[in-house]
Write a protein that binds this ligand. Structure first.
Ligand SMILES: *[C@@H]1O[C@H](CO)[C@@H](O)[C@H](O)[C@H]1NC(C)=O
Ligand SMILES: *[C@@H]1O[C@H](CO)[C@@H](O)[C@H](O)[C@H]1NC(C)=O
Ligand SMILES: *[C@@H]1O[C@H](CO)[C@@H](O)[C@H](O)[C@H]1NC(C)=O
Length: 423
């Protein structure tokens, strides 16, 4: 009689485990998959590797190899008849010497990979970029000698790429964003990853959205961001025409800008130099600055408006320069509206920079890459729900919390000490 009973209990246990395994618990990093610590209720698979053909759902694969150094990325809905409901993930390649560009992976409406091709080639160090409102991707060259240009790219590869006016003087460009809230005036912004890289802005009066593709090709008045700090965490700002003055201001107050996103009336700008991010209120002319609660430095961000209307900001991470050398673990993090940070996942032996976090239009898939390894991941919830569906973070969060010197040393000595060993 003992065994059947035990069997029954085991069966019940199995069910209970299964049921709880279905729940997504952000920050409860008990899951292990693909050499990553994942929040409970997530699973991950690698869908592309640099230098290898991309495998398609039908068993065939791409003729072109997946690009190296995948960086900034975005998802575009496919509005074509042939793949209505599908989408494309465009991703910059930060490869040097004319080997960069933009690659595009196409998905069917069920999230299966059906195509891969380069939609911009012959450029270098395409780092970050940004999405426009008219189905185009802006890709910025981070040329270390200051000769980078900025291109507008058709995610579907039908229109030929064009250089845009912003940044055509050459620079170490990073990210693009635009403010299109007022139909009569469009502001376009770029960041530059140098100590004195002032955020640049072009102002287009009465943009002609019937031919939206053409708007950014034309030049428009240019000015630069100038901060007037009240203290370390807030202040006011203005836009000034004097480039030299703005560069001196950037060097003092917002050096080496990287990721940038427009989020309602907020322009979020990451400063790698300060390892934090600014939120510029474009309507009020004031800003806040914050250093996120995770070990490395924030880089790119994307805002998700969840089904209940609340916002979550997802951050990618770059290890501190010194740290990365020792194989620091980097991951993806969220910040909720109350300012709480949660670790969604982090890798063990992967390269020290995550990039290109973006979501499928239905929210069922989260994509991101480990840049130097050149692995692109597709992360899903095992409960089958969308990432837009709110989930309660676990009490235990974070891969090491604040940046005390002890954490640093601990991390160096025991790189995988914060979780179980990976297989
Ligand atoms: C937009 O551009 C097209 C083509 O040049 C032109 O025909 C149209 O009148 C323009 N619309 C506006 C509102 O200027
Ligand atoms: C910075 O200044 C703002 C506005 O005056 C104030 O609300 C805030 O508390 C100050 N923060 C610090 C850290 O002093
Ligand atoms: C700017 O000021 C407004 C009005 O005082 C305030 O509500 C808002 O939170 C401030 N925004 C930032 C980014 O500091």
């Amino acid at each position: 009689m003992r065994w059947p009973k035990a069997g029954f209990v085991l069966l019940l246990l199995a069910f209970a485990t299964k049921a709880s395994a279905l729940e997504y618990e952000p920050g409860n990093l008990e899951g292990v998959d693909q050499d990553m610590y994942l929040s409970k209720g997530l699973s991950a698979k690698i869908i592309a590797r640099s230098g290898e053909p991309v495998a398609y759902f039908d068993g065939t694969s791409s003729t072109e190899n997946f690009h190296s150094d995948p960086d900034g990325a975005a998802v575009f809905e496919d509005e074509s008849e042939a793949n209505l409901g599908g989408w494309v993930y465009v991703s910059n390649s930060e490869a040097d010497f004319g080997n960069g560009g933009v690659g595009a992976i196409k998905f069917d409406p069920n999230g299966n990979v059906i195509d891969y091709k380069m939609v911009l080639t012959g450029t270098s160090r395409n780092c970050n970029g940004g999405k426009t409102d008219w189905q185009s991707w802006i890709s910025c060259e981070e040329d270390l000698f200051g000769q980078g240009k900025i291109y507008q790219v058709d995610p579907f590869g039908e229109k030929d790429p064009v250089m845009i006016a912003l940044g055509n003087q050459g620079g170490v460009w990073e990210a693009f964003a635009h403010d299109t809230r007022d139909p009569e005036v469009l502001y376009a912004f770029i960041t530059e990853d140098t100590e004195d890289g002032a955020v640049q802005r072009m102002t287009y009066q009465n943009p002609n959205y019937t031919y939206a593709w053409d708007i950014l090709i034309e030049s428009a008045p240019l000015d630069y961001l100038y901060l007037e700090p009240a203290n370390d965490s807030s202040g006011t700002f203005k836009w000034i025409p004097d480039e030299a003055e703005a560069r001196a201001n950037a060097e003092s107050y917002y050096p080496s800008t990287e990721g940038m996103k427009m989020d309602g009336n907020i322009l979020r700008v990451v400063s790698k130099g300060l390892e934090g991010f600014f939120e510029l209120d474009l309507d009020e002319g004031n800003y806040t600055f914050e250093v996120p609660d995770f070990d490395g430095q924030p880089d790119q961000s994307t805002t998700v408006v969840q089904d209940d209307g609340s916002k979550l900001i997802y951050f990618t991470e770059e290890a501190h320069p010194f740290w990365g050398f020792f194989g620091s673990q980097v991951g993806l993090y969220t910040r909720d509206e109350a300012g709480e940070y949660t670790t969604i996942l982090f890798g063990d032996d992967y390269s020290p920079e995550t990039t290109g976090v973006a979501f499928s239009p239905d929210g069922l898939h989260m994509y991101f890459a480990y840049q130097t390894d050149g692995y692109l991941f597709d992360v899903t919830r095992t409960d089958g729900l969308s990432f837009f569906s709110p989930a309660t973070p676990a009490e235990v969060t974070d891969d090491g919390g604040d940046e005390s010197i002890l954490d640093w040393i601990g991390g160096l000595l025991f790189p995988a000490a914060e979780g179980q060993d990976l297989p």
